[in-house]
Design a binder for this molecule. Sequence first.
Ligand code: AR6
Length: 172
Amino acid sequence: MEIHVVTGDITRRSVDAIVNAANSSLLGGGGVDGAIHRAAGPELLEACRALRAGAYRDGLAVGQAVATEGFALPARWVIHTVGPNAHAGQTDPGLLEAAFRNSLDMAVSLGAASVAFPAISAGVYGWEPATVAEIAVRTIRKHPGTGIHTVEFVLFNDAVTRVFRSALDAGD
Ligand code: AR6
């Protein structure tokens, strides 16, 4: 599995699956979640509403992942996961590790060969980007990733990109 780090807008990536840093409601929000819903179009919200009407009546728990189509996105699928919210006392690294691991498991079961991740929990949810980067790199490196050729981290600004790049270099 190759791991790349790029600066940019995850909604523009032509990969099989992009990962959304969602919240438990699955019904959209700000940050990368808002950007993904805007770019995917209203069908994404309809698909999320359908999940809430079915198996996800109580929402998606922190660390879990679920997939929808990508609709108007270049990506074929969106894997929605919920990172831990540091402002709500969710500071257990195991929760963030679970969000990355379960998203990768979902990508494998979709048959995705390329997956793009944002810096889950590093925005509104208040985790330090360096902590997120270290956990993300470690979790991806130890994942079997069957069938996944490329994982990319798509970061919104150069400062966070540098943090992810050094986490990647540190683990070499
Ligand atoms: N492409 C790539 N990265 C982005 C983009 C984008 N288009 N937009 C923002 N980021 P956040 P969280 C970066 O807050 O901390 C939402 O309201 C952003 O700069 O999106 O997991 C959800 O509904 C930051 O580095 O996610 C939840 O309620 C990173 O994405 C809550 O926020 C994650 O920031 C989730 O908070």
